[in-house]
Design a binder for this molecule. Structure first.
Ligand SMILES: Cc1cc2nc3c(=O)[nH]c(=O)nc-3n(C[C@H](O)[C@H](O)[C@H](O)COP(=O)(O)OP(=O)(O)OC[C@H]3O[C@@H](n4cnc5c(N)ncnc54)[C@H](O)[C@@H]3O)c2cc1C
Length: 382
């Protein structure tokens, strides 16, 4: 067993990074601790239309269940505004099928996959990563590689084994809980978002349609604010329908970690905090960064340069592509954190009176007219 690249984690970041490393000539092993790729699900599956183009993958009906055209947003006092803005158009993925499909595409590109194998540590020599120590069915294995890509999610150990700081503070983590429900009376083309301290403090609740009266119904709350499951139980009490699946998970919403590379190491996806801090959406950003990670790793293999000086290219490219948007989104999130229920009620009322479908800098400024402190903060961003 001698690999150019080992990818730890086999979901969206891991499969895309390994696929692009393999496609570009590297000899790749992807290691996943679960026995099956894609389970347990920890996602609502919402992605925008632009997502597929960015990673050159077509939206097959095998894993896209619904096509959504917009969303209705509810304020704490249950007023609502409906928007069909193009940023809300997209698809709802069946993540189990999507992740498995990505792993199949990666395997077809040449990646070897080891399942039910947990990476326990990194092999390092003089600060250079040289492979991983893994446990497979009770057996400890040392697997050498020139580069390790850490795509091991929010609970990532790989970055920390190397000495990179990627522990997210509780205020920067959203704890999520979700049911898949059937028999719901939902519009198959519209998502629903609900805000309010009593519904989802520091976050929001969602209903994402999956066709045939099925939907992912979930919520995320700031992890310091209690138990997401209890809020979800309350939220779903009066919805009707039946629960057929339950998922929990957490999302880092504090922006990317300080450094996403090292000697022989690349960190990607949730492990690197590559998630939109306002929406908590990570599929899109993770996938874009993972594609870059795989390509830079394959380049490094060709050039036989696994130093952090070379792998820094990964960070340079992802920052150029998505860095500014993530920074902007984090600043927006910090503004939203300051809003109380009454503010949200007022903003939504104001949105009802404005043309929300043509959201622009100007309309946001108009919405925030009654909030001088927020407006001041916002002016530093826009
Ligand atoms: C409830 C919920 C709803 C969400 N909804 C959306 C949404 O609608 N749209 C959106 O864009 N984003 C959403 N997200 C965020 C999105 O799911 C993540 O950002 C995305 O899945 C990150 O992918 P990843 O591959 O980086 O990490 P993960 O999906 O966390 O994958 C990490 C993988 O690494 C494996 N692993 C970890 N440690 C090891 C180890 N030591 N050895 C071997 N394997 C290991 C894990 O088993 C896992 O398979 C949601 C998140 C949650 C929790």
């Amino acid at each position: 067993m001698n690999y150019d690249v080992i990818v730890v984690g086999g979901r969206v970041s891991g499969s895309i990074a390994s696929m692009y490393a393999s496609k570009n000539g590297a000899n790749v092993l992807m290691i996943e601790k679960h026995q099956e790729i894609g389970t347990p699900v920890q996602c609502a599956g919402g992605v925008s239309d632009s997502f597929f183009k960015k990673i050159d993958i077509s939206p097959s009906s095998e894993y896209t269940l619904a096509r959504v055209k917009g969303a209705t947003i509810y304020s704490p006092n249950r007023n609502s505004v409906t928007s069909k803005n193009k940023i809300l158009k997209g698809r709802i993925l069946e993540r189990k099928n999507f992740d498995k499909n990505l792993a199949i595409q990666s395997a077809n590109a040449g990646t070897e996959i080891m399942l039910k194998t947990t990476v326990k540590g990194l092999i390092t020599e003089n600060g250079q990563v040289k492979g991983v120590i893994a446990k497979h069915l009770g057996k400890i294995l040392e697997i050498p590689a020139k580069i390790v890509i850490a795509a091991d999610g929010i609970e990532s150990n790989m970055a920390q084994f190397y000495g990179l700081e990627n522990r997210f503070k509780p205020k920067d983590i959203c704890s999520c809980a979700q049911f898949e429900m059937v028999g719901l009376d939902v519009d198959p083309e519209m998502m629903k978002f609900y805000f309010g301290q009593k519904i989802a403090p520091g976050g929001y609740a969602w209903i994402f349609p999956k066709g045939d009266n099925r939907a992912n119904v979930g919520l995320g709350i700031r992890s310091s604010q209690g138990n997401a499951y209890h809020y979800l139980q309350k939220f779903t009490e009066k919805l009707g329908g039946k629960k057929v699946e339950f998922n929990v998970g957490a999302v880092p919403i504090g922006g990317p970690i300080q450094k996403t590379y090292g000697n022989g190491l690349i960190v990607v996806g949730d492990a690197a905090g590559q998630v939109d801090p306002v929406t908590g959406g990570g599929i899109h950003v993770s996938a874009e960064c993972a594609k870059i990670a795989g390509m830079v790793a394959a380049d490094a293999v060709q050039k036989e340069d696994y130093s952090e000086k070379y792998l820094k290219n990964y960070e340079k490219i992802w920052k150029k592509q998505v860095g500014k948007n993530l920074e902007k989104s984090l600043r927006f999130r910090k503004i939203f954190d300051k809003l109380n229920d009454e503010d949200i009620n007022n903003l939504l009322k104001s949105a009802q009176n404005n043309d929300i479908d043509s959201i622009s800098k100007l309309s946001i400024l108009r919405l925030l007219k009654g909030y001088p402190e927020l407006l001041k903060l916002l002016r530093t961003i826009l």
